[in-house]
Ligand binder design. Sequence first.
Ligand code: 13P
Ligand code: SF4
Length: 315
Amino acid sequence: MLIQDQIKAKLKDKNAVLVAHYYVSGELQILAEETNGLVSDSLEMARFGQNCDADTIIVAGVKFMGETAKILSPEKTVLILDQKATCSLDDGCLIKDFTKFCDEHPDRKVVVYANTSAQVKARADWVVTSGSALKVVKHLHENGEKILWAPDKNLGNYVQNRIGANMLLWQGACIVHERFRAEALSSLKIKHPKAAVLVHPESPQAVVNLADVVGSTTALVNAVKNRNEQTFIVATDNGIFHKMHKVAPNKKFIEAPTMKEGSDCEYCAHCEWMAMNTLENCLDVLKTGKNEIIIDSIISKKARQSIQKLLDFTA
Ligand code: 13P
Ligand code: SF4
């Protein structure tokens, strides 16, 4: 039997659902869609997991996405495909250091990006995603709040510039988006003058400044679908091209240039942790029940309040 068919049978057996991020392999994305699961950005992955009636949620993505699913659905079993699939933003914001940072600035509302641990979320007043950060910060700014923002300095900078809010930024970064190069992107734009440039806001400011569209992964996919241009230069993880080709099969996509530390790879924006998600480990977790997400109940309850606030605010 094909591995895809074995996974489909196990999903059915266990009343499980596969929820995948756009950055995982095309094979996993196809499987999620064929089995009535979901492929989306981190905000919609969280919402879907909470609203579905499966007993088990299989998260094809990274650890924080599995934790968010578990926090929102404590009664469901949540499994991730590889326990080592983390995120540089999550790894770079340890709860001990983050608590100290918050304690030093008690006058600020604590807003954290979803790409963080359950403990960090539990310390936050609000959790946001790239698809909701502008809206939440605008709301807080209009209510006269000063903000402590963590962990992504690039997304924080982008939001601060757009909204004009008073924001103190933790200095974390996504190692994938951080590598996009503005100068090389400018040269590429000259070669493709009719192309629209799509940029995820985890990218450096100089890259964001060259964009026609800045937004979450879903916003970038929608731009491809809805805009008139036939060619798109895309500055985000190249896993997203699977969905972009699907929604606009006749359009042309070009990867924005990167420079990976210690390598000469010029077009290689792919998250090493997202790449750990495979069909083989999907079948394995379904068979064994391994990689279950377990979260302390007090942490989970506190984190749920700040995530739920976001889901209600963006409903
Ligand atoms: P999105 O919420 O836009 O999907 O971003 C998640 C992420 O990890 C991007 O690197
Ligand atoms: Fe984290 Fe960047 Fe990978 Fe997204 S692409 S999961 S932000 S390291």
